[in-house]
Write a protein that binds this ligand. Structure first.
Ligand code: PEP
Ligand code: MG
Length: 679
């Protein structure tokens, strides 16, 4: 047996995400691995078990491994824990007001209403902003299994099937959120899925089922017990994970009982939603058109509910006294997520003040938004297009509304995912046509299917690959499946005359690949008798960046995909749970490839754009501008802020900054340089 003692360094302790990294790592070893914290012992391969350890920052834990690979297991777990278990604690960072009030190991705050002012409830601000409107009470539907008298035969879906279905639902929710550019928040649902794969949880439920308890009751009792154990933890951040457990518990239960997904019936007119609690799934599905903000009795400023509310731009207050649940429906209230106050039936004066504060807050947010449709020009007249990355026809409408100068990247995978057969040419045409019409004269860069090892499709038989990211993906896959490729190209070409469509090939590695793809496009264009469209490639493979001067004469534009370019240049998996900090597109090695690409494009009179996430990083925007980028294609919500930032910069200074950045040795040096130069 091998063992080691370590101190947890994560600011927020072993909360859901680092626990997940630890558990996944432990599962890779055959040895039995346990963790001990004070008197508690946990199975390192069970997420729930690890969470119930209640390890906070500074906790000492002993790791024990027993088995054939015990030595390696201890070494790798030690390295992972010492490097922070992939946790940058960013999404969990408290809003400033909450930070001041919450000390690491303090019990959850349960503020009481201030008696001096009736109708005033003091809670904790969980998401900024001010909501003014009528109360709507939401009560989650309780599944009382005793009342339902759920026996074996009443379960419509078997336990293990329900687990699988729940995982599918969570995967879909995760994907939707990633598409909405809430990747960090989407990880919440990945962690939920992880809970459903928890050996301890599933085994305990199975054991009760085997012993004769009905599956629904067995599952609920296990979830209730484990959630109670997690909720009893001293640290409020860890205790808040009990909500996650109950949420996934309910999801599986509903499936077993054939009840389908929960839905919330909201009044037509917008409301301030008050509830004892909301589950993360409820929160992710809130209709922002009908809910102005929400106040809860339970939940903390670091709960997943708060994280989601911030990402969705919904003002939220948590930790409110439960007396607020007695407020009559439709009572007018002011909910202030900045200072954590709920004020019922406000006086005319308080209402005027709140409206003014709300106005100021909205104005600031709108100031950037209002100018969003104006061009992004630096103080000394350098113009850059700011376009949006889109993944659906609805995104195109949204991008236009948010002031985008076009769509710099249309990820067409959305048409191909979550289905059992490929979309027909007609179906594809209809969607591209709609998007072209929506955007009118504004350019839309349609990226051809970028699918492959990491994003498999059930109807495309792919051989198992050792390294899917280095395997048959992007344009390589399409060239090997000409029928699939031709259908898509025909659909794009036919839709192009309806607007300003351009074609872009992903993952091109050299001139030959581009010529082959362009050759097919040209042949189809002649057959269809439609006008030519501009054709470009993504620069996301280092070989293409290095050969940009050879590719530039043949293409119409480059679009630099920094997500993949960084991954391949630095040999850092873009989705790696513990290497996220190393996947930094401001690394000078990546910047040199970007510089060479831009310079090669300009030498041949072509455009060079960016469509990777780096384009909306406030520290990267000045460097990219300094390098001479022509277009930044960013996530839809970032369009207004990126434009506002461009307007505050002077291009001449940025050129010097970019030269200095290229001369740095590390990404950290580049970041420090930009901060120093621009404040
Ligand atoms: C990229 O790689 O930077 C990119 C924009 O493409 P995707 O993220 O779709 O791989
Ligand atoms: Mg890519």
């Amino acid at each position: 047996m091998k063992q080691i003692e370590l101190v947890i360094q994560n600011q927020s302790g072993l909360h859901a995400r680092p626990a997940k990294v630890l558990v996944n790592l432990a599962k890779r070893f055959k040895s039995d691995i346990s963790l001990q914290h004070e008197a508690k012992r946990a199975n390192a391969k069970s997420m729930v078990s690890v969470l119930t350890l209640g390890a906070v920052m500074g906790s000492r834990i002993q790791i024990q491994a027993q088995g054939e690979d015990e030595e390696l297991a201890i070494a790798e777990l030690e390295a992972a824990i010492r490097s922070g278990l992939g946790d940058n604690d960013e999404a969990y960072a408290l809003p400033p007001a909450a930070k001041a009030e919450s000390k690491p190991a303090a019990p959850p705050v349960q503020p009481k209403p201030r008696q001096s002012e009736p109708g005033l409830f003091q809670g904790l601000g969980a998401a900024p902003g001010i909501a003014i409107g009528p109360v709507f009470h939401y009560q989650a539907e309780e599944l009382n299994l005793d009342a339902l008298n759920v026996e074996q035969r009443d379960c419509k879906v078997r336990f293990l099937d329900a687990l699988d279905l729940a995982k599918e639902q969570l995967e879909a929710l995760h994907r939707q959120m990633v598409e909405k550019k809430m990747a960090a928040e989407a990880a919440i649902f990945e962690a939920h899925k992880e809970l459903l794969e928890d050996i301890d949880l599933v085994d305990a439920a199975q054991a009760r089922i085997t012993a004769g308890t009905s599956p629904a009751k067995a599952w609920q009792s296990v979830v209730d017990e484990q959630a109670a154990a997690v909720a009893a933890l001293k640290d409020p951040l860890l205790a808040a994970r009990a909500d996650d457990l109950r949420d996934v518990g309910q999801r599986v239960l509903r499936l077993m009982l054939g009840l389908g997904e929960k839905s919330m019936a909201l009044p037509e007119t917008p409301v301030v939603l008050l509830a004892r609690e909301l589950s993360p799934s409820d929160t992710a599905c809130l209709d922002a058109e009908r809910v102005l903000g929400f106040g809860l009795v339970n939940g903390g400023p670091t709960s997943h509910i708060a994280i989601l509310a911030r990402a969705m731009g919904l003002p939220a207050v948590v930790g409110l006294d439960e007396a607020m649940l007695a407020l009559a429906e439709k009572t007018p209230v002011i909910l202030n997520g900045n200072d954590g106050v709920l004020r019922a039936s406000p006086s005319a004066e308080a209402l005027i003040q709140a409206q003014a504060a709300q106005q100021r807050w909205l104005e600031n947010r709108l100031a950037a938004q209002e100018k969003a449709s104006l061009p992004a020009v630096t103080l000394d007249g350098y113009h850059v297009d700011v376009t949006a990355n889109a993944g659906s026809a609805a995104n195109a409408v949204e991008a236009l509304k948010m002031g985008a100068d076009g769509i710099g990247l249309l990820r067409t995978e959305f048409l191909f995912l979550e289905r059992s057969e490929a979309p027909s040419e007609e179906e594809q045409y209809a969607v591209y046509h709609t998007i072209a019409e929506t955007m009118k004269e504004k350019p839309v860069i349609v990226r051809t299917l970028d699918i492959g090892g990491d994003k498999p499709l059930p109807y495309i038989q792919l051989k198992a690959e050792m390294n899917p990211f280095l395997g048959e993906r992007g344009v390589r896959l399409c060239l090997n499946r000409p029928e699939l490729f031709r259908e898509q190209l025909r659909a794009i070409l036919s839709a192009a005359p309806a607007g300003n469509l351009r074609v872009m090939f992903p993952m091109v590695g050299d001139v030959e690949e581009f010529r082959q793809a362009k050759g097919m496009l040209e042949e189809l264009r002649r057959e269809l008798g439609v006008p030519p469209v501009p054709v470009g490639i993504m620069i996301e493979v280092p070989s293409a960046a290095l050969l940009a001067d050879k590719l530039a004469p043949e293409i119409d534009f480059f679009s630099i995909g920094t997500n993949d370019l960084t991954q391949y240049t630095l040999a850092v998996d873009r989705g790696h749970p513990s290497l996220a900090a190393k996947h930094d597109g401001l690394h000078p090695a990546v910047l040199r490839l970007i510089a060479h690409t831009i310079e090669s494009a300009h030498r041949f009179g072509k455009r060079a754009d960016i469509c990777g996430e780096l384009g909306s990083d406030p520290l990267a925007v000045p460097v990219l501008l300094g390098l001479g980028i022509d277009e930044l294609s960013v996530s839809i919500p970032a369009v207004a802020t990126v434009k506002a930032q461009v307007r505050s910069l002077t291009h001449a200074d940025l050129q010097t900054l970019a030269r200095e950045a290229l001369d740095c040795s590390t990404a950290q040096e580049v970041r420090a340089l930009v901060k120093k130069k621009l404040g």
